[in-house]
Design a protein around this ligand. Structure first.
Ligand code: Z5A
Length: 218
């Protein structure tokens, strides 16, 4: 399939990695970083929410469990506040210097978690996306996918749970569905990876995906 051409200068790509809870993002982002390093590709690794001092403070506010009920609109706006800062201070300056950006979650997570998980719908998110980002979008979204129950079982082996990780299983089904629907609607930007098999098999798929992204004309 013909993939979208990058709008960034100097061939630098903006790659994001997405997926539901327990899908193996952290593990596979280390693999992707090593893959880029092995090819001498300059890159930065960053994350959302977060990536700048201010955005990391917003991340702490967003992830901390609290007694007060967090209003879904307040949560959505804080995600985009952090994103605005991150895009202008970190992501765009790196791309302008020809440095690839490898980002652990981005706006697709907002569609999935706030749009799907929180049932906020996608229209408001699209309006905020256009307001904050203009036409700025990732060049490629690597979507790691597995059944929710498998992801939750993997994640359960970790320690304390953040505010999102405390959600009921139905929340994560809506998140996964939203991701998969976006991948279906926007095949030019999404690269779907089956994250259920053993890690070595997942990483073979990721290597092939990266080769194809690298081979794309920009
Ligand atoms: N959020 C949002 O709501 N809206 C937004 O716009 C944005 C974010 C940007 C923080 O995300 C939260 O913010 C997130 C959504 C929300 N909440 N949740 N949930 P985060 O990305 O920082 O948090 P995370 O989802 O917990 O990501 P993570 O730390 O990368 O976890 P992970 O994907 O589960 O990855 P992992 O730790 O590498 O893997 C989990 C375990 O599985 C680990 O023990 C691995 O060794 C194991 N693993 C990995 N792969 C395999 C395979 N293939 N086989 C067997 N075991 C495996």
């Amino acid at each position: 399939m013909q993939k979208k051409k990058s709008s960034n200068l100097n061939n630098a790509r903006f790659l994001t990695v997405e997926g539901v809870e327990g899908v193996g993002k952290t593990t596979n982002i280390i693999f992707i970083s090593e893959w880029l390093e092995g090819r001498g590709i300059p890159y930065i690794h960053t994350r959302e929410p977060g990536g700048t001092p201010l955005a990391e403070e917003l991340r702490s506010l967003l992830l901390s469990p609290r007694d007060e009920q967090v209003d879904a609109t307040a949560e959505l706006l804080l995600m985009f506040a952090a994103r605005a800062q991150h895009i202008e201070q970190v992501i765009k300056p790196a791309l302008a210097k020809g440095v690839w950006v490898l980002c652990d979650r981005f706006t697709d997570a907002t569609y999935a978690y706030q749009g799907g998980g929180r049932n906020m719908g996608f229209e408001k998110i699209e309006q905020l996306e256009n307001f904050v980002q203009g036409d700025f979008r990732p060049d490629a979204v690597i979507l790691l996918d597995l059944p929710v129950a498998v992801g939750l079982a993997r994640a359960a082996k970790r320690g304390t749970l953040d505010r999102f990780e405390r959600e009921a299983e139905g929340f994560f089904h809506r998140v996964r569905d939203a991701y998969l629907n976006r991948a279906k609607e926007k095949p030019s930007r999404y690269w779907l990876v089956d994250a259920e098999p053993p890690l070595e098999q997942v990483q073979v798929q990721i290597s092939e995906t990266l080769q194809r992204i690298l081979a794309e004309q920009v």
